[in-house]
Structure formats: C-alpha cells, structure tokens
Design a protein. Sequence first.
Length: 355
Amino acid sequence: MEIKFVEAKTLKAKPDVSKIGFGTHFTDYMFEMNYNPTDGWHDPKIVPYADMAISPANTTIHYGQAIFDGLKAYKHNGKPVIFRASTHLQRVNVSAKIMDIPELPFDVMLTGLKKLIYTERDWIPTEKGQSLYIRPFVFATDNFLGVNVSKTYKFLIILSPVAAYYAHGFAPVKIMVEDKYVRAVRGGLGAAKTPANYAASLHAGLVAHEKNYDQVLWLDGVERKYIEEVGSMNILFKINGEIVSPSPKEQTSILDGITRRTVNQIAADWGYPVVERKISIDEVIAAHDNGTLEEVFGSGTAAVISPVGLLEYKGKEYVINGGKIGDFTQKMYDYIEGIHTGEVEDKFGFIEAAE
Ligand SMILES: *Cc1c(COP(=O)(O)O)cnc(C)c1O
C-alpha cells in the first residue's frame, strides 16, 4: 500500500522541550488511515496535524469504542530510532481484537510510523530523558446513536515531544493501595489499552491525590486481594532477591506492559530469578514486615521506571527501602535509559531504525 504525503503550508516553531512537560505540544504531521467494510483499511497518508470535524453523533463519544498505544522515538548518532516499535504495534492489534475493531495491517502501520518519524526527525529532542512520544490510536467513526459495533474507523498516529519525566530527579512515589474502587475486572477490558479503563480510574486517582499520594495500586476486582497494576504502569517487586510481578496471562484484567517485559528480560539476563505469578497484598505486607520486601517499582513507557517509596493500605503506611531508590531499580532505569540514548549496547534488539 502506497503512503501518500500531503505537505503542510507552514511549519510550527519548535518549543523548548525542557519546559513543556508531557503531551502538550504536537508536531507538524500525523499519519492517518481509514476503515470501511468495502475498502477495508485504506488510503494511508501523512497529512498536516490539524483539528478534525466530528459528528455530534460519533459513536466513540457516546460509547467509547476506541484503543490507543504509546511508545517513544530517540536519536542515535543523529538518526531517528524507535524503541520496540513492532512490539507496540502488535499490541495495537491485541487491543483492537478485544474491542471488536477490525485488525490493522501491521506492515502499513509500521511503514507509516517509520515514515512519519523520519519526516518529523527534527522534532526528536536529544537532551537526557527527553523523547518524541508516539501516540497511535483508533476510534469508531459511525454517526449513529444505536449501541452497536461501528462499521467505520479512523487510525491516527500523532507525535509529541516530551520533557524528561523526572525533571526534578529520579524520585520515589507514594502509592495508595485501592480497596474501594476497581479499574477493570476479570472478563472486562483490562487487557486492552482502551479509554474506558482510564475513565474508570480517574476518580480513584483524584481521591488519592487529595490524600497526597501520587498513584493508585489496583487490586483484583473479585477478591480485592491480588495485586494488579498502578494507574498507567505495571508493578514489580524485589522480594528476597527475586523479581516478582503479576502475570497478565493469569490475571486478564491487567494490561500486558512492554516495559515490564523489557525489565524482566534484562533482569533474567543479569541472572535474577524472574517470577510472574499472583501476589496478594497480604503477601507484600508480610514481606515488608519480615524484611524481605527489598524494592518496589512501576514500569511504563511514559516514566520508564518509577521507584515506589511508600505503600498505604487500610490506613497504614509501609515505607519501602527507607523511602529511597533501590539499587536494582536504579540500575534497571540507567540501563534502559542507556539503550534509549544509545550509550548501552542494544543486545536484545529493542531499537528499530526509522529510515
Ligand atoms: C500503557 C499501560 C501500561 C504500561 O505499558 P507499557 O507498554 O510498559 O507502556 C500499564 N498499565 C496500563 C493500564 C497501561 O495503559
């Protein structure tokens, strides 16, 4: 499939990336492809980034049939590269399947993404911790108030230069274990990157912030006992030398994060026992109390690694590793950041060239 290019009349001035935080500025171009039952996915093109006209009866606005993903581009020796592009685009189709969105042509997505990143290569910031955040997404475009799977869809990729996540240094967060609200439940949409899961998480996040916690740690929605994940990150524990995390295969309400897979692959390569299994909040607290809970951290594309310094559960606070960043957490963060910048050899083949 040929990818068309529609040139922008004017280009934007590039912002000072160190001052813009996350997801506030967008580049000059975006990738677009549309679906209808006759043509399938068709007419892939790179077009100027612009607002869209949406019908007030658009089904996504009313019923939320949509998916997204998130990944990042960097520069290695001046050349644009993308971290785990293929793995992320495969996950787009995992989410699509759960949401009954027609499977997207992988090769067109990948070629389109690479072409877009190459076109926008001057937007990739190069200071430490900065990146060009990539947001692919699909939404239903039928204009109809009946509750139905849509017949038409739009796939877009937009790009946003982002500042270093840890502008004030790599710092531990305080997390509230949520025992009232649920994000996703067995049989629901938890394994898809879909807006509904975020909608379900907003209120609990607000309540946690009001109580001065940074994020919420979700427990399973059935027994309210097993650890699931944090807001937009997966969670990992270092207990008695082992790297333990909940398994998305066993717990289908968890999003199968690619950063968690990256961490586990590197940890196994370093010789750590890597265990994916159900872990209850009671087990985590018992490990804290008997001194074997060594480190806790979140993993996700936006923050990469987020050290956890404190957990709150049922009114009690549990400090982890004296509230400081653990050695393993720091080493893992530095190593993955090194692969991003090109300072660490990419022995796992995570880096894909965008040319
Ligand atoms: C995106 C996301 C993650 C992290 O996934 P990565 O692939 O590591 O970025 C974790 N949990 C949820 C709910 C997410 O949406």
